[in-house]
Structure formats: structure tokens, C-alpha cells
Design a binder for this molecule. Structure first.
Ligand code: 2NE
Length: 270
């Protein structure tokens, strides 16, 4: 059973089960398409997961069996982006993609039904994907007048190869869960009825692993693709570790005590 973390959201559900958080896009009547409001709520929930030391793994999913997410809600697409109640056109899903990349905990996409367009890019930027056997994957941008040339293209090429990535985007074909698995796009396919149990089993495994090791592996694997922003993330992790050392604390303490730091006492590792 899932315990609600917050019921202040309109478009998402935010729940937890012990150390696992589950964030669910809850617009099934629109196949879980997102608006700026949906994305803002997702960003808020992910940010809470980032800060909560008792959460070790995050599941991103969509409500119901028919869709994980069908991308940007075309009915609120205006001139230059998706428009919310503030009347500002936004592509704030790009901020969410980045947050999923840098959040220092594993994020698992749990996919039932359609994973399309910007929704499928969210699936892609998650660290792992567990799919039900009814899952269907597609990029639809060139059919509906859109595209994602960032993670949606570059990371897709890294994931399934450049020829396949161009095929996905140029043709807008739909791929079954089994096909996506064969292409290395997703990690596992299970019967629809088992998808949550299977995902939770994966969460249990990850929760037994060293959280700092997982954090550093995620940042290291993302670093090359993310360029200087990726190096910044990895370097930030180095700073985090350095701050916990006596050597770094000596620098801080010497400043506060208005004396010269004694760094000579620390080893110069090979
Ligand atoms: C997802 C898909 C394939 C499902 O098809 P089906 O036949 O199962 O359902 P249906 O009847 O098409 O959809 C059910 C209801 O959901 C709405 C539909 O309009 C329909 O509404 P009613 O007719 O019942 O009122 N719906 C579904 N997806 C929606 C969407 N994205 N926006 C608004 N309403 C949506 C089929 O529905 C489909 O192909 N959906 C569109 C997928 C798509 O092209 N998404 C946008 C890609 S662009 C993007 O996401 C993006 C980007 O490229 C770059 C940056 C940011 C975003």
C-alpha cells in the first residue's frame, strides 16, 4: 500500500512506500499528457525527493493502464510553447528532464501503455525503464509539428544507436515493448499485472546498494553526454565528498580561527 506524501497537487499523485517514492501523472483522460502545471508539479515532487534523505529510489509513472505519458498537451500548445494559467508559453518539461538527470538517486520509469512524444523523452531520461507488455513507444513530433533535438535525440542515439534514433524520429513509427527491449531502449518487459511488483523488486535491489556509489555512477555515466553541466554535477559530488574530509574542514576552521591552515598533515595520494 502506498502512503500519500502530498495531496496538494492537481495533476499528479505523490506517494511513498518506505524508501521508494512514486510520482504518477494523473490525467488519464488525456493519456497523461502534460501541461505547464503538470510539469511544475512534477518538478516540485522530484525536488522534494531530492531533499528527502529517507527516499532512495523514485518511480515515475502514469495513471491507468493505457498510457505512461502522451507528451505535451496539444490543447494548451500556444505560440512558442505550452500555455498555463499565467498565459506564458513554456517548454518547462526541459527543466524536468534536466532535474531527472541530476537528481542523485535512481529514477525508474514504470511504463504501461503509450509512451509518446515528450512523454517518451521523460521515459528516456529516467535511469531505468520497466515496461508492461502493453507498452508502446513512439516519437510523434514530426507528425504534430514538434521535435526534441536535445536529450530526445542525442541521448536516444546514445541509447539505441544513431540509425535507429533517426528511424524513430523520421518515421514516427510505434515500437512494441518487446521491440524496445531488443533495441536496448528499456530494461525489462513483464506482464501488465506484474509491472509494479517487478519495479518494486528492482527498487529493493537498488536500496541494498551503496547510495554514494549509485550517485557517482549516475553522475559519471551522464557526464560526457551532459558536457560541462555533467562535469559540474560530477564535480559537485567531488566537492560534497571533499567537504566531509578533515582536510577540507582544516581550511574552513583555519579561516574561522584566523590562522594559517596546516594542509601539510594530509596525505598526497598517488
Ligand atoms: C497517445 C495516443 C497514441 C493514444 O491514442 P488512443 O487511440 O489510445 O487515445 P485517443 O483517443 O487518441 O486519446 C484519448 C484522449 O486523450 C487526448 C485525445 O485527444 C483524446 O481526447 P478526446 O478526443 O477523448 O477528448 N490526448 C491524447 N494525447 C494527447 C495530447 N498529447 N495532448 C492533448 N490531448 C491528448 C494518441 O492520443 C496520440 O497520438 N496522442 C498525441 C501524442 C503526441 O503527439 N504528443 C505530443 C508530442 S510533442 C511533445 O510532446 C513535446 C515535444 O516534442 C517537445 C517538447 C515538449 C513536448
Amino acid at each position: 500500500t502506498w502512503e500519500t506524501i502530498s495531496n496538494h497537487y492537481q495533476d499528479i499523485l505523490f506517494e511513498r512506500r518506505d524508501k521508494v517514492a512514486k510520482i504518477t501523472i494523473n490525467r488519464p483522460e488525456k493519456r497523461n499528457a502534460f501541461t505547464p502545471q503538470t510539469v511544475n508539479e512534477l518538478i516540485d515532487a522530484f525536488a522534494q525527493c531530492r531533499d528527502d534523505e529517507t527516499i532512495g529510489v523514485i518511480i515515475l509513472t502514469g495513471q491507468g493502464d493505457l498510457a505512461f505519458c502522451s507528451g505535451g498537451d496539444q490543447s494548451v500548445r500556444g505560440n512558442g510553447g505550452y500555455v498555463g494559467s499565467d498565459h506564458i508559453p513554456r517548454l518547462n518539461v526541459l527543466d524536468l528532464q534536466h532535474l531527472i538527470r541530476v537528481i542523485p538517486k535512481p529514477v525508474i520509469a514504470m511504463v504501461r501503455g503509450w509512451s509518446v512524444g515528450g512523454g517518451n523523452v521523460l521515459q528516456l531520461v529516467c535511469d531505468l525503464t520497466i515496461a508492461a507488455d502493453n507498452a508502446k513507444f513512439a516519437q510523434s513530433g514530426p507528425k504534430v509539428g514538434s521535435f526534441d533535438g536535445g536529450y530526445g535525440s542525442g541521448l536516444l542515439a546514445d541509447t539505441i544507436g544513431i540509425k535507429r534514433a533517426k528511424e524513430v524520429w523520421f518515421t514516427c513509427k510505434t515500437y512494441s515493448a518487446d521491440e524496445a527491449f531488443q533495441m536496448g531502449w528499456i530494461n525489462k518487459v513483464v506482464p501488465l499485472a506484474d509491472v509494479e511488483t517487478e519495479t518494486l523488486d528492482w527498487c529493493d535491489v537498488l536500496l541494498q546498494r551503496s547510495p554514494m556509489a549509485l550517485r557517482l555512477i549516475k553522475a559519471s555515466m551522464n557526464a560526457a553526454t551532459d558536457g560541462l553541466a555533467g562535469i559540474q554535477q560530477l564535480a559537485g559530488d567531488s566537492t560534497l565528498l571533499y567537504y566531509t574530509s578533515d582536510e577540507a574542514k582544516e581550511g574552513r576552521d583555519a579561516f574561522l580561527e584566523k590562522r594559517k591552515p596546516n594542509f601539510d598533515q594530509f596525505p598526497k595520494f598517488p
